[in-house]
Design a protein. Structure first.
Length: 223
């Protein structure tokens, strides 16, 4: 494991070991409300090449069964959040088209790569999988941000970007020890590796206490 990813994994586990309570992930963040959707770039995993990930997540969901404070994420909604664009009622269709055109050309020069997922880790709002290599993920994200910057003067900022794939969200304020004990048992499971050939612009909605989306475009990475 590369030093950056290993350091993050160890630091986050130390933080989680001190955490006393989970919090509800599903509070309404600024700008969100029932019925509103958001354009965002994700790597999604609803394809046959993601089967090793699906198998691992199914096993983990089975082992986490009984932790009432968790909402497992169905396989079709697994994702790696990359870069937000904006609420769909605030972004012009012409801007979406222009950004997609810029991103398509630029991403054709960014290599496809193999992504390793695991071990499992937790925080106050989500249980997820460490993603490696960060450098390859950042290369895709930075290219998307560059594409946005050719159309807009300001690129939307996001909180500190740490590549990860959540497998469950916390749904209530609850004590951490039951989940921490279960995750301790699962930390040594073998990670899986899958090919990443594309990135998606999606129209995201969270009305049903789950992130669900329609894919606007699927952009291939370079060979």
């Amino acid at each position: 494991m590369a030093s950056q990813e290993l350091a993050s994994f160890q630091e986050r586990w130390a933080e989680f070991s001190r955490l006393e309570r989970l919090v509800n992930h599903w509070w309404w963040r600024p700008g969100w409300r029932q019925g509103r959707s958001f354009y965002t770039w994700h790597i999604t995993f609803d394809n046959q090449s993601s089967k090793p990930l699906h198998d691992l997540v199914a096993h983990l969901h089975d082992r986490l069964d009984g932790i009432a404070a968790l909402d497992p994420i169905p396989q079709r909604w697994l994702h790696l959040t990359m870069q937000g664009l904006g609420f769909t009622d605030e972004v012009a269709d012409t801007d979406v088209h222009a950004i997609v055109q810029e991103a398509t050309g630029r991403l054709s020069h960014v290599p496809a790569f193999d992504m390793t997922l695991g071990p499992i880790e937790g925080d106050d709002e989500a249980t997820g999988l460490l993603v490696r290599p960060w450098a390859a993920v950042h290369a895709v994200r930075d290219t998307i941000r560059d594409a946005i910057g050719t159309v807009w003067n300001t690129i939307p900022e996001t909180p500190e970007f740490r590549p990860h794939v959540s497998i469950a969200y916390s749904n209530t304020d609850a004590p951490t020890p039951p989940l921490r004990e279960r995750l301790t048992e699962l930390r040594n499971l073998e990670p899986v590796t899958i090919p990443i050939h594309s990135v998606q612009l999606i129209r995201l909605n969270r009305d049903n206490q789950m992130y669900q989306w329609n894919t606007i475009t699927d952009i291939a990475l370079g060979s």
